[in-house]
Design a protein around this ligand. Structure first.
Ligand code: HPA
Length: 303
């Protein structure tokens, strides 16, 4: 079911907390009201969802303010230790190193909740919907994922070209919330082609290898069997994970432009399956997260 009132209350509480904090939030939002903006406008905050092992990306921000999810009425708090559980407002330092150029404002979801925690699709997508209510038009969504494509290495980064929703759920069930988007939103291009090109060009400039591929989202929490792994690969998926797909559906419903980046934390090859313990996934995702951070920082002013 869609939950517009709950999203509005959480967004109002977040706005109030950020307005009271010593940061540029009120100034940025005030400017936006006066000037009117497009998604590419550098004063519009970019939304960033940080997945497993990637929370550290929110630490090096100028004017940083964190608002714990627990302070927002009805906002779900993740039960997974590696998911911090706060919205973070701040500015990514300008990539050209010019101190007098204010960095791009960002609103970061530091950690998320998942279906496998027993959360509903509406709870899983609440962060993205709160970001939209705060004026975010461009969303960068990250996760840790297992490679299905045998050419991908653990520790690499994949830019999502498309997804398969194999969770058995949709965040759009029930009465449609017309103020969010249409009853039957288009999914012919879930990830924005221009943002993907920007990611490819930026990674080439930085000398970083960036894989491209299809992400399959599963419910979990159990990891895949060899037979499932073989089937997902035959379906055309390059990486598998337990998040992201419902959030991208909700974001596209809201008309946001989406860039999806996976940190490949382990390899899932049906003929030589090995266990992928959570500690290892977090460690490898955090290592890949350093390159992901470089990539995101370098793209920020152009998003
Ligand atoms: N399977 C499912 N989810 C994951 C994996 C995986 O191999 N790695 C990281 N998240």
């Amino acid at each position: 079911m869609q939950n517009p009132q709950e999203v509005q209350s959480a967004a109002a509480a977040l706005r109030k907390a950020l307005e009271a904090a010593p940061c540029s939030f009120s100034q940025v939002m005030g400017m936006r009201k006066i000037t009117g903006t497009t998604a590419e406008d550098n004063s519009v905050p970019v939304g960033l969802v940080l997945g497993t092992g990637l929370s550290g990306l929110a630490d090096r921000l100028a004017e940083r303010v964190a608002v714990p999810y627990a302070d927002l009425p009805g906002f779900p708090v993740s039960s997974v230790d590696s998911h911090v559980g706060a919205f973070v407002w701040g500015r990514f330092p300008s990539s050209c190193g010019e101190d007098d150029v204010p960095g791009r404002p960002v609103l970061i979801q530091q950690g998320r909740c998942h279906l496998y925690e027993g959360r509903s699709p509406a709870e899983v997508c609440m962060g993205v919907r709160v970001m939209a209510a705060m004026g975010v038009k461009t969303l960068v969504i990250t996760n840790a994922a297992g490679a299905l494509n045998p050419h991908f290495d653990a520790g690499s980064i994949m830019c999502m070209s498309d997804f398969i929703n194999h969770t058995g759920h949709s965040p759009l069930l029930g009465c449609n919330c017309e103020q969010w988007g249409p009853r039957f939103p288009d999914m012919s291009a879930p990830f924005d082609a221009d943002l993907r090109t920007l990611a490819m060009e930026t990674s080439a400039r930085l000398g970083l290898r960036l894989e491209r591929g299809v992400y399959i989202g599963v419910r979990g929490p159990e990891m895949e069997t060899p037979a499932e792994t073989r089937m997902y690969r035959q379906w055309g998926a390059d990486a598998v994970g337990m998040s992201t797909v419902l959030e991208v559906i909700a974001a596209r419903h809201l008309g946001m432009r989406v860039l999806g980046l996976s940190c490949i934390s382990n390899k899932n090859l049906p003929d030589c399956m090995t266990p992928a313990p959570l500690e290892e996934i977090i460690l490898v995702a955090a290592q890949a997260g350093k390159n992901l951070g470089r990539l995101i920082r370098a793209m920020m002013t152009k998003l």
